[in-house]
Design a protein around this ligand. Structure first.
Ligand code: FEO
Length: 403
């Protein structure tokens, strides 16, 4: 693949990771991902971010098609996570830049990760400007979107936002632009990424969208560090609106029933809970947590308003897929959910109660007491599961009606 021109003298020079399936332990990435880096030719030539260290050669090859990498004057590090800073050491050695720009926390992270002796690091503050010739760059700090060091770079004259991880998607393809894809595909890619990475910082996303409006920033191009690049007004609006919607987390009329079942009894309970949800008009998904990665359950939650967790009990605990699922969900801090729990047991049966405690700790509105089955489930226990499904469904409908 050749470098790709975004605007005159502004190029994508990143790399495509077609075979990436574990997006650095945040989520699965069944479509791979890209590490986008950008090169701007001006009186000062600037490289924005680098790529994962396994892809350095690809980055250098693309830059070399535009200029000799030693002609790079400045390197801007919007974020020091390894997928963007993986080649930083190599690039500094190769380019010998006059300056390396990053946020104050970025400097700390840079010095902790690399031998930065004699590196010409210059920290920039929020809204600080840098002239590189015909262009001015404004740096905006975006702390905790999604790391403390994160910032974005705005090329004022070109109206290009280099947005780092914000607005990314895990899509590996030689196509480089959002307008080469259909909206349903894009929306799914946005949600997959948002719900497994950005979700805990949703209040900051809403503030950032507000801030963009207050500052009157206009975008011809939004160039994220993962996936496809936005270059039409419709796509820019679509992404910003999708982010707004993801950040608001308004409950949707769908329930996710996630479970792990030792011998099939807990699975039967899940199906009965589904019957209860259906009977009050709430669609549902049943997802086996052992057979699916926890990130796919987060993807399902993006279109839901209820989370019902089920597990058999073993050694006084829920089964391990459910423990790991709870840890994943808890860290992502989803909001505005109703829920409940259930599970079968042969001995002590602590799991459903423990799952309800976890849901409570996550701020989920508990719609029903946990349902437990002793082996079974027998007819009475199935009826209790149907009732639980109804209660969750009614609570979800009430929550949506109250919006
Ligand atoms: Fe794409 Fe936070 O690194």
């Amino acid at each position: 693949m050749k470098p790709v021109t975004l605007k005159d003298d502004i190029y994508w020079v990143g790399s495509v990771d077609f075979n990436l399936r574990n997006f650095h332990h945040y989520s699965r990435s069944p479509m791979g991902s890209t590490y986008n880096a950008y090169l701007v030719k001006d009186e000062k030539n600037v490289l924005f971010d680098t790529v994962d260290d396994k892809h350095c050669d690809e980055l250098i090859r693309r830059i070399s098609e535009i200029m000799d990498p030693t002609e790079i004057d400045y390197i801007v590090c919007n974020h020091l996570e390894k997928d963007h800073a993986g080649c930083l050491e190599k690039m500094v050695e190769l380019c010998k830049p006059e300056k390396i720009f990053c946020s104050t926390i970025g400097e700390k992270f840079m010095r902790a990760q690399f031998n930065t002796e004699n590196w010409p690091i210059q920290t920039v503050k929020d809204l600080e400007q840098l002239n590189i010739g015909k262009r001015n760059i404004t740096f905006l700090e975006t702390r905790m979107l999604h790391w403390p060091d994160s910032m974005v770079s705005y090329l004022q004259e070109d109206k290009v936002l280099i947005s780092n991880d914000i607005f990314g998607q895990n899509v590996a393809t030689s196509r480089r632009f959002v307008d080469e894809y259909e909206r349903p595909f894009l929306l799914q890619a946005i949600k997959d990424y948002y719900y497994n990475i950005i979700l805990p910082y949703s209040p900051l996303v809403l503030k950032l969208i507000e801030r963009i409006k207050t500052l009157g920033l206009e975008f011809d191009v939004i160039a994220p560090d993962h996936g496809l690049i936005l270059r039409t007004p419709d796509d820019v609006n679509f992404f910003i609106n999708s982010y707004q919607e993801c950040a608001e987390q308004k409950p949707k009329l769908q329930a996710v029933i996630a479970y792990e079942s030792l011998w099939g009894a807990t699975e039967k309970m899940a199906q009965a809970i589904g019957d209860g949800l259906s009977s009050v008009g709430v669609p549902y998904l049943i997802i086996d947590a052992q057979a699916n990665h926890c990130s796919s359950i987060m993807n399902a939650l993006a279109d839901s308003g209820a989370l019902v967790l089920g597990s058999s009990t073993r050694n006084n605990m829920p089964l391990v897929s459910m423990i790991s699922l709870v840890a994943h969900i808890k860290g992502l801090k989803p909001k505005n959910l109703v829920g409940a729990s259930f599970g079968s047991h042969g001995w002590s049966g602590e799991a459903p109660k423990m799952l309800t405690e976890e849901l409570t700790n996550m701020g989920v509105e508990i719609a029903a007491e946990p349902v437990r089955a002793f082996f079974g489930p027998n007819d009475a226990e199935i009826a209790e599961c149907v009732e639980l499904g109804k209660k969750v469904g009614e609570a979800l409908k009430a929550k949506i009606a109250a919006l």
